[in-house]
Ligand binder design. Structure first.
Ligand code: GLN
Length: 194
């Protein structure tokens, strides 16, 4: 199963390493034509305004929307979660507008700019190691969205069908289970097509 990591800005190499460690094949995606060969796409952490701007510039907004419309899985981590959201608190414009949720950027405040924790995630047996860096939170979700984990009562992992999003950086740890989870989403989507 080939998974792409959107390589316009952000933590690309780490996601490639994690997908490979989880048993998949991973490629850095810089051109929209590459999407055709993929079974799933990861939108990494970084800076969501920059990633959104570059996605517009290189035609990725429409291309990724049609990738998603084919039922192919997307996984947004940290800034990537913001890019997937339909609504961003305090901003007029969102980016891909694919997941029916409202997100708040930099939601942990100064004292907690970055931290690590072990986070129970629905569908994964033991808690997942999660690194939060100027992380966003999911403030509100529609009934289409399944909440997979919360931290202090706030939503930090969510799934809407073939779309997966988390507030933190699973790729900065040696815990590959969230990548394995995403790989199985991609395998299931590919099997459903046959
Ligand atoms: N604070 C960043 C943003 O709003 C996200 C941080 C991250 O991806 N680590 O885009």
């Amino acid at each position: 199963m080939k998974i792409g990591v959107l390589a316009l800005q952000g933590a690309v190499a780490e996601h490639i390493r994690s997908i490979e460690a989880a048993g998949g094949e991973a490629v850095a995606v810089k051109r929209t034509e590459q999407l055709d060969e993929l079974g799933g796409l990861i939108i990494p952490g970084g800076e969501s305004t920059t990633i959104g701007k570059l996605m517009r510039k290189y035609g990725f907004i429409d291309a990724v929307r049609s990738f998603s419309a084919q039922g192919k899985p997307l996984f947004g981590t940290c800034a990537g979660l913001i890019v997937l959201a339909e609504r961003i608190e305090g901003q007029e414009e969102a980016h891909l507008e694919l997941m029916d949720m409202t997100v708040a950027r930099n939601a942990f405040g100064r004292q907690r700019e970055s931290f690590e924790t072990d986070l129970p995630v629905k569908g994964i047996d033991e808690p997942v190691r999660a690194v939060f860096i100027r992380a966003p939170l999911i403030k509100e979700v529609s009934s289409k969205v399944d909440v997979l984990s919360t931290y202090n009562g706030e939503i930090v992992t969510a799934r809407q069908g073939h779309l997966l999003a988390c507030s933190y950086h699973p790729e900065l740890t040696d815990d590959y289970r969230l990548h394995a989870y995403f790989l199985s989403m991609a395998e299931e989507a590919a099997a459903a097509k046959q």
